[in-house]
Ligand binder design. Sequence first.
Ligand code: ZN
Length: 487
Amino acid sequence: MSKQFRVPKNPKEVMEWINSIPMYKEDQPLDLSFKSKVEIRVAQDANLIKQMERLEKFSPYYREKFKEWGLDPKSIKTIDDLEKIPVTTKEDYMKDRGESFKLDMDFNNIMEYILYEITYTTGTTSGMPTRFYNTTYDMFMQSWMFRMGCKIGYLEPTDVVMNLFPFHFIPHIGYYKTMHFAAATGMTICFGFTGAQLPGFPYNIHRPMQQAIEDIEKKNVNVFSGIGSYIRRLIMVAEEQGRDFSRVNKVQALGEAVPKGMRDDMRKRLQKMGAKEVFITNAFGFTESQTAFQECQELGGAHQGVPQMYYFEVVDEKGKRKPDGEPGLLCITHLDRRGTCLLRYLVGDIVAITDQQCPHCGRNDQRIVTTVGSTYGTRTKELLKVKGTLINPEIMRDAVANTAGVIEYQFIITKEKLDDPYSTDVIKLLVGADKGADQNKLEGELRDKVRRAVEITPKVEFVQLSEIFNPGDTLKATRIIDQRPQG
Ligand SMILES: [Zn+2]
């Protein structure tokens, strides 16, 4: 049994923790995130120059674009020069399902360019997943990146992790990257192996959530890695069964925004099952980064971790940079990749970033910081027009998720009269409440909170949990449904 885990609270304690783990201690001289801002910038500029050369030579997409833009890739020598380059949008990337963003094979460097892994972005506008390629070099670089990421999130080689991502018919990066980060750090790993049946496939290969609960107990699991709302459901079922989850001390709650109230709720339930201090992190990730950027403190910001691999900008639609800490569109540039390579790519999230040194751990890499409530990003496509006003659903979600007594919830945007497309927009809020909750009081509180958040009062309805969330049916809890007639 490992010693009781305590989350380091300041740079000194972070360094003591790093020095207590031989692998991390030995990695320290090469960990760029702890170097000075100047050293980081020098490494980024050097990598950018080489990346621009690669794009000119091997990227079918950017080779053409450089000509179209009248841009000499050799004129891009520093991170600040990036602003001269037009942005790449998701639509650009999806146009030929991502194929033209994959670098050509370089037969002089076969060990770098050999195709090693394909992942997919899900939920594309066309409905067809877009490919994202990793070469040998990318996989080796990711192994280093995962070690640095695990170090930020206090994952230790002696940890036992349960992979709670589903084994789905579209390979979910969470499932595969959990395997990779556990391998890269030497952790012990077990699998829930849940997931949806492949239509027409004759064998039932998946295991139920119940088996995962039993394995967590039996196999001395202390770390969970999975989708936030799924982990919470699992914890709730285990709590009802009075399970012993006393070893659990770290939760990687990923794949969706997990605000503070939801983390506190999970922690409280784990502690009822015997757990002590539990670090619940909502690392912020997306396919095009091939990772989830880790928190060193809950809500302390999502650390880049490997600044030699990425540069983040926050920009407006035209690609003009916004000042430090101001929200805008997240724009990422790959500085050292060989497979799918993106230059000033708009991820589709509204975030804020900071270049300031992290006060919690002392790292100097860029961090994505919270702007709205207690979550990192809002998908740009999720901005909703309700009653003629553009609202940010993240604010609405945050208001409800941080309410005691709410277990699961779903917003439905609909019309006052469904057969009349011109009738007023209505927000319905379906709530699965705690058994002991005072529903009248809760209803008033929720109406008030949502009204204050988005200036629209919702109609609150209490429903059975299974009506709004069934972990067997969907990958994630669907928090907002727009039922209004489209067009
Ligand atoms: Zn930090």
